[in-house]
Design a protein around this ligand. Structure first.
Ligand code: AMP
Length: 493
C-alpha cells in the first residue's frame, strides 16, 4: 500500500466518511419560469435523493440561491420562495446522503466567484480521485467549505490559470476522474457534462425556446419538455438562449453507462437508451423466470423495487402475480436510514404482509437486487410469520460482489453479502427455502445484447464483475472512502 494511502487510512480511522452521492440534477435556459420549472423537475427526480434540495438562478445581473433540507415539494411549493429565485436561468439539485456530512453547506448547487465570473454547479456522481486532488489543493492553501467532492471541481475551476470560464472548466475536467454528470450555470450559459464513459446519466430536452438538462427523462415529462437526446459520454454542451453547442475534449472512449440505472435507480417511466426502465426491469424478470424451474403458487414483488421484474417473471412462468406486501408510501427508501439497526426497522415501517394472498401459499418473492440482505431477511421472516408455506427468493440482477465508486450507494465489500457468502449461505442467512439470482448473460440478453462483450462491456457492471472502467485510486482498501473532509469535522450550518 502506498505511503500516502496508509497515512490517510490511519488519519481517518475514526472519521465517519459515509457521505453518499446519488443525486438528481436539473438545469434550464431562457425561461421566465426557470425556478418554478426547476422545482418541478427536481420533484420528478425526488427518488434520486431526499436529504436536501437546492436551486440557484441567474437574473442577468445576480445569482440567487435557496437550499433546504428535505423534499422539494415541502420546500419549493410557495410563490414566496420561487419569487426569490428570479431570472431566466436556473440549476437545481436533489441530494442523497446518509450520515456524516448532513449539513446545509453540503446541499447543492454550489456557487463560487471566480476571476472570470460566478459559477454554480450541480453534480451527480462520485470522483475517484477527489481525496488526492483535495489533499493537493489544501496543501496549496485552498480552504474547503464543504465535505463534498463537488467542491473539489469548484476549487479546480477557480484555481485554473486559463482566462475564459469554459477553458477553466475544461482544465478542471481534465484533472478529475470518476463517474459524473454536471449541470453548471455561468451567468447566461447553461453547461452540461458527462464523464468520458458516460457512467452517470444526463439528458437534453426542449420546451419552446428553452433547453433543459436533467438526470432522467421523467423530469422532462413533468414540465412538458420534449426529449432531444442524451448528453454523450465525454461531451460538454453549452446552451445560451435557445442555441446549443457541443464539444468533446476528452480522448475518445466507448460509453459504459451504469447498469444500476437500469436495475434500480431510474424511475420506471424514465427512458434509457430508447426503452423505459420499466421495460428493462420486466425483461430481467422474464429472463430470471426462463433460467428458473421452481414451482410456486404466487409471484409476490418487493414493492416497489421488485414490481416490474415480478410482473415479467409472472408473465413468463404463468404463475399468478399477487400484491402480497403492502407498502406505506410515506417512509423513505430503506437505505436512507443511517444505521443497520434503524435500516432493519425501516423495512418494518415500510411494508406489511397482505395475509389473504399469502396464507399457505408457496411464494416466489421477487426483488430487483440484494445488497446487504436486510430487505430479504426481514421480508422472508414477515411472510413466514404471516402464514406463507414456502418463500423462494428471486433476485432480478446478478450477485453484487464489488463496491461502487461512481455514485451508487453500495457498501464496502465487507458488508456486501454476495462478496462473502455462497448462494447456499445467503439463502440460509435470509431464511428462504431457495434463492436464485439472474445470470450475467441473462442480464445482457434481457437488455437486448447477444452477450456481454468481455473486451469492452456495453455497460459498467463492475458491481457483479469487478471490471471497473476507472480505477478507484482513492480506494483505501476495504474502508470505502468516497468523500471526506481533510480539514475539520465541519459545523452544522
Ligand atoms: P439490502 O436490503 O441491503 O439487500 O438492499 C436491497 C434493497 O435495497 C432492494 O430492495 C433494492 O431495491 C434496494 N437498493 C438496491 N441498491 C440500492 C441503492 N444503491 N440505494 C438504495 N437502495 C438500494
Amino acid at each position: 500500500m502506498k505511503k500516502t494511502t496508509m497515512m490517510l487510512k490511519k488519519k481517518f480511522k475514526n472519521f465517519n466518511t459515509k457521505i453518499k452521492e446519488e443525486c438528481g440534477v436539473f438545469g434550464i435556459s431562457n425561461n421566465n419560469d426557470a425556478a418554478a420549472l426547476t422545482a418541478l423537475g427536481l420533484h420528478a427526480l425526488q427518488h434520486r435523493g431526499q436529504e436536501g434540495c437546492g436551486i440557484v438562478s441567474f437574473d442577468g445581473k445576480k445569482y440567487h440561491s435557496e437550499k433546504r433540507f428535505g423534499l422539494v415539494g415541502d420546500n419549493f411549493n410557495k410563490e414566496k420562495v420561487l419569487k426569490k429565485l428570479s431570472g431566466n436561468y436556473a440549476v437545481g439539485h436533489n441530494r442523497y446522503s446518509t450520515t456524516g456530512g448532513t449539513t446545509l453547506r453540503n446541499i447543492q448547487p454550489f456557487y463560487a466567484d471566480t476571476n472570470a465570473g460566478g459559477i454554480s454547479i450541480s453534480h451527480n456522481g462520485n470522483l475517484t480521485n477527489a481525496i488526492t486532488l483535495r489533499s493537493k489543493l489544501v496543501k496549496d492553501g485552498a480552504i474547503f467549505y464543504t465535505t463534498s467532492d463537488t467542491e473539489t471541481i469548484v476549487q479546480l475551476i477557480a484555481k485554473s490559470k486559463r482566462q475564459k470560464t469554459i477553458d477553466k472548466i475544461i482544465d478542471a475536467l481534465f484533472q478529475i476522474q470518476g463517474g459524473y454528470a454536471l449541470v453548471m450555470l455561468t451567468q447566461k450559459t447553461l453547461i452540461g457534462v458527462r464523464d468520458p464513459f458516460g457512467i452517470r446519466p444526463l439528458v437534453i430536452g426542449k420546451i419552446k425556446n428553452s433547453y433543459v438538462l436533467a438526470s432522467e427523462t421523467c423530469a422532462l415529462d413533468i414540465i412538458g419538455a420534449k426529449y432531444i437526446r442524451d448528453v454523450e459520454n465525454g461531451e460538454i454542451v453549452f446552451i445560451e438562449d435557445d442555441k446549443l453547442e457541443s464539444i468533446k475534449p476528452f480522448p475518445k472512449k466507448k460509453q459504459r453507462p451504469c447498469v444500476f440505472e437500469y436495475i434500480y435507480f431510474s424511475r420506471p417511466d424514465s427512458i434509457l437508451n430508447g426503452k423505459s426502465a420499466y421495460e428493462y426491469r420486466k425483461n430481467f424478470g422474464i429472463h430470471l423466470a426462463k433460467e428458473d424451474n421452481i414451482d410456486g403458487d404466487v409471484i409476490v414483488p418487493v414493492p416497489d423495487s421488485g414490481n416490474a421484474a415480478a410482473l415479467g417473471y409472472s408473465q413468463q412462468s404463468k404463475i399468478n402475480f399477487e400484491l402480497g406486501l403492502i407498502r406505506n408510501h410515506y417512509v423513505g427508501r430503506t437505505f436512507i436510514e443511517p444505521s443497520q439497526k434503524i435500516r432493519s426497522l425501516g423495512v418494518k415501517l415500510k411494508l406489511n404482509p397482505n395475509q389473504t394472498s399469502i396464507l399457505n401459499k408457496r411464494i416466489i418473492l421477487v426483488d430487483d437486487s440484494l445488497v446487504r440482505g436486510t430487505t430479504s431477511y426481514k421480508i422472508v421472516k414477515m411472510l413466514y410469520d404471516a402464514g406463507a408455506k414456502e418463500v423462494h427468493v428471486r433476485i432480478a440482477c446478478p450477485e453484487i460482489k464489488y463496491p461502487d465508486f461512481y455514485g451508487v450507494d453500495t457498501p464496502t465489500k465487507k458488508e456486501l453479502l454476495a462478496a462473502n457468502k455462497s448462494n447456499n449461505e445467503i439463502c440460509k442467512y435470509i431464511g428462504a427455502k431457495s434463492l436464485k439470482f439472474l445470470s450475467i448473460d441473462g442480464l445482457y440478453n434481457a437488455m437486448g445484447f447477444e452477450s456481454r462483450n468481455n473486451n469492452y462491456p456495453q455497460l459498467t457492471d463492475h458491481h457483479f464483475t469487478g471490471d471497473y472502467p476507472v480505477k478507484p485510486i482513492d480506494d483505501l482498501g476495504d474502508d470505502k472512502i468516497t468523500q471526506l473532509s481533510l480539514l475539520s469535522t465541519g459545523s452544522d450550518n
